[in-house]
Design a protein around this ligand. Structure first.
Ligand code: MG
Length: 284
C-alpha cells in the first residue's frame, strides 16, 4: 500500500542552521518542529528528511558523525513525542570545494535534483504525487517539483517570499512551520494521506503506481495539446465520425451493399489519417 510523505529539509527548516553542523551538541530544534511533525504523522503522512550534507565532501564532518547528529535529532524529537520515519542525505559535492575525493561528484541525490525523494519513493513505496516537500530554499521546491510532489517554502521575509511566489516550482509560501503544515493538510486529497489501494494485492499496487504516474504527468502537463497535427487529427476524427454515420445510413437504405461498403472503407481511411496525426502530435 503506497503512503504519501512529507519530505522535510533539515537545516533552517526543522533545526537551527549555524552553518555546517558538525557535532551532535549543535543540534537545536526550531520552535514548532516537533508539533509540525506530529500533526503530519497524525494525518497519515510519513515524515522523511531529505538533506544536502556537503559538509562531508568539504571535510567538515564524516558520515558516522552525521549519524550521531541525526541520532541526537531523533532524541530531541522523541522527548516531545515526535518522530522521523527516515532520513536521506547527500554527502556529495562537485568541484574543488569538495576536498574529500571520495565525495567529489555531481550527484543526482543533491537538491535541487530529486534523487533523494525518488530513492525514498522506491524504497518505502511512497506515492510522490500525493506527497509534499517542505523547505526554506528554492532548491527544496525544485527537488520536490522534479519528483512530482507539491511544495511549500517557509520564508519569514516578505520580500523574499514575494520573489519565491513567482517561481513555478513553489506551490505555497508561508511564514512558519505551523502554516506549512496547514497548507499540506488543507490541500491534500483527503484527510488521510494513505492512498486507497484497489484490493487484489499485486494488481492493486500496479494500478496504484499507474495512477500515481498519471497524476504526476497531469500535474506537470496541465496544458491542452493545441499543436497543428493534433488539430488536423481532430478534424479528420470528426470527418471519420460523419462518414461512419453516412455509411450506416447507406446500409439501411441500400439494395446493394457495394456502395455502403465503399463508404465504410472511406471511413476507415479517414480514421487512419486521424490516428496518424494523433501519433505525430504525441511524439512531438
Ligand atoms: Mg535548509
Amino acid at each position: 500500500m503506497a503512503s504519501a510523505a512529507v519530505f522535510w529539509d533539515r537545516d533552517r527548516t526543522l533545526i537551527e542552521d549555524p552553518g555546517y553542523i558538525s557535532s551532535r551538541d549543535q543540534v537545536r530544534l526550531l520552535p514548532g518542529a516537533a508539533e509540525a511533525l506530529k500533526r503530519v504523522s497524525a494525518a497519515g503522512f510519513e515524515n522523511i528528511i531529505a538533506t544536502n550534507q556537503s559538509g562531508i565532501a568539504r571535510g567538515l564532518l564524516d558520515e558516522p558523525t552525521l549519524e550521531s547528529i541525526h541520532e541526537r535529532l531523533r532524541e530531541l524529537l522523541a522527548a516531545e513525542g515526535a518522530s522521523i520515519d527516515a532520513i536521506y542525505y547527500c554527502p556529495y559535492l562537485p568541484g574543488d570545494e569538495a576536498v574529500v575525493e571520495a565525495y567529489r561528484q555531481d550527484s543526482d541525490l543533491r537538491k535541487p535534483r530529486p534523487g533523494m525523494l525518488l530513492k525514498a519513493s522506491l524504497e518505502r513505496k511512497i506515492d510522490l504525487a500525493g506527497s509534499w516537500c517542505i523547505g526554506d530554499s528554492l532548491r527544496d521546491a525544485q527537488a520536490g517539483r522534479a519528483a512530482g510532489c507539491r511544495t511549500v517554502i517557509i520564508e519569514p521575509d516578505p520580500a523574499a517570499r514575494a520573489e519565491l511566489r513567482r517561481r513555478k516550482e513553489v506551490d505555497f509560501t508561508v511564514t512558519s512551520l505551523s502554516e506549512a503544515v496547514d497548507a499540506v493538510l488543507n490541500h491534500s486529497r483527503s484527510s488521510s494521506a494513505r492512498t486507497e489501494t484497489i484490493p487484489g494485492t499485486d494488481t492493486g499496487e500496479t494500478l496504484q503506481e499507474i495512477l500515481s504516474f498519471l497524476r504526476m504527468v497531469d500535474r506537470r502537463q496541465q496544458t491542452v495539446d493545441v499543436s497543428l497535427p493534433a488539430i488536423v487529427g481532430m478534424l479528420f476524427q470528426v470527418l471519420a465520425f460523419v462518414a461512419l454515420i453516412w455509411a450506416v445510413f447507406g446500409f439501411l437504405n441500400a439494395d446493394r451493399f457495394s456502395e455502403p461498403m465503399l463508404r465504410i472503407l472511406f471511413t476507415i481511411a479517414l480514421q487512419l489519417v486521424a490516428m496518424t496525426f494523433f501519433l505525430i502530435s504525441s511524439r512531438r
